[in-house]
Design a protein around this ligand. Structure first.
Ligand code: ATP
Ligand code: MG
Ligand code: FE
Length: 351
């Protein structure tokens, strides 16, 4: 089926068009620059930016895919989780489009969309299917979630998630402590390349034996962030220079170590030798490196979709919509709304 996907859950306005598992276009407009001076995504700023970017992005995606809107079989849209005001812009636009074109609409889960992104990756070959079951690690500015996916349209389980800050959020906050601009992830990555990851032993949240019983698949990054801030402050108070590269490299190592250790523990516990990564933090060079090395050692097949499909985008939403159609799911009724806390088990919002 030919499906257009609309994604507005955070600061990316994404419009993507797919035919089944074939990617036809993927237009992304980000309001990241507008949030830079606040050091994080400001919900109302993001919502207003979606309103401005949506129509141009829609036009570009349709032109890129070289299709006409009335050829579409369906519209898919992210209905949650995410920022309520931001989601509402996409949901409103999707409903208007569906009604005016007389096409069915599928309201879908953003996090499951990230898993669906893997379907579109050309490196998987034509007609690539996400190999299932798989463990999926989704790491972004708003999420750090570990999923067990048995079936993309009917069986997604949340194993664990962050109990405080998301991994990307931790990168952004630590960058601030180090005087680096927003978004912090790429900045930390850049300076960490020159640092020693073993220079400082920062805490690995929720990895103590007792935590591994109760919070085996959960994450915590706020203690790490505080530890870095305290370490930097102590240096500054003593009038010493802060070795920014070493701090960045040591912090990055702590985050990556926890992420990959827990993801691979899930692979082993559930006997699932497959790991799929998604979310903006996957851009991190060390995340890719450590995931690649340790997965190989553990005999786990690793999938990392192209970065343009890892960060928030409309194509992954369209791809999930297409899967729902192919599995025979009914479209959503037009009464669904935006649900900022939509649980991952709710793959499609029916109404
Ligand atoms: P959501 O959480 O709803 O998916 P988001 O906009 O927060 O949305 P993304 O756009 O996927 O998520 O990712 C942005 C986050 O990824 C930011 O926190 C940013 O710092 C982080 N990030 C980007 N590049 C890197 C990198 N090289 N290393 C670490 N973190 C990175
Ligand atoms: Mg973003
Ligand atoms: Fe996302």
């Amino acid at each position: 089926p030919l499906v257009l996907g609309i994604e507005t859950s955070c600061d990316e306005t994404g419009i993507g068009i797919v035919r089944g598992t074939r990617l036809l276009s993927n237009t992304i407009a980000s309001s990241m620059d507008e949030h830079a001076r606040y050091g994080g995504v400001v919900p109302e700023v993001a919502a207003r930016a979606h309103l401005e970017a949506l129509t141009p992005a829609l036009r570009a995606a349709v032109a890129d895919a070289d299709i006409a809107l009335d050829e579409l079989d369906a519209i898919a849209v992210t209905s949650g989780p995410g920022l309520a005001g931001a989601l509402m812009v996409g949901v409103g636009a999707a409903k208007a489009l569906a009604v005016s074109l007389g096409k069915p609409i599928y309201a879908v889960n953003h996090l499951v969309g990230h898993v669906g992104a893997d379907l579109l990756d050309a490196s998987g070959g034509p007609g690539h299917a996400v190999e299932l079951p798989t463990i999926a690690l989704l790491v972004s500015g708003g999420h750090t979630s570990l999923l067990l996916v048995r079936d993309l349209v009917s069986d997604v389980q949340l194993l664990g998630e962050t109990i405080d800050d998301a991994a990307g959020e931790a990168f952004d906050k630590v960058a601030r402590v180090l005087g680096l601009p927003y978004p912090g992830g790429p900045q930390i990555d850049r300076v960490a390349a020159f640092g020693d990851p073993k220079a400082i032993r920062f805490p690995r949240g929720l990895t103590q034996p007792k935590d591994m019983e109760k919070h085996r698949y959960d994450f915590s990054f706020s203690g790490l962030k505080t530890a870095v801030a305290r370490w930097v402050e102590q240096r500054q108070d003593a009038g010493e220079e802060v070795p920014v590269s070493d701090v960045a490299a040591s912090f990055r190592e702590a985050v990556v170590d926890v992420l990959i250790t827990k993801a691979l523990a899930a692979c082993e516990d559930f006997g699932v030798p497959r790991l799929l990564l998604g979310g903006g933090v996957v851009a991190n060079a060390r995340v890719r490196e450590v995931a690649t090395e340790r997965s190989a050692r553990a005999g786990v097949a690793l999938r990392i979709p192209a970065l343009s499909l890892c960060t928030d985008n409309g194509a992954m939403i369209a791809a999930l919509g297409a899967q729902l159609i192919m599995a025979g799911h009914e479209p959503s009724t037009l009464s669904f709304g935006a649900d900022s806390t939509l649980p991952v088990t709710e793959i499609q919002v029916a109404r």
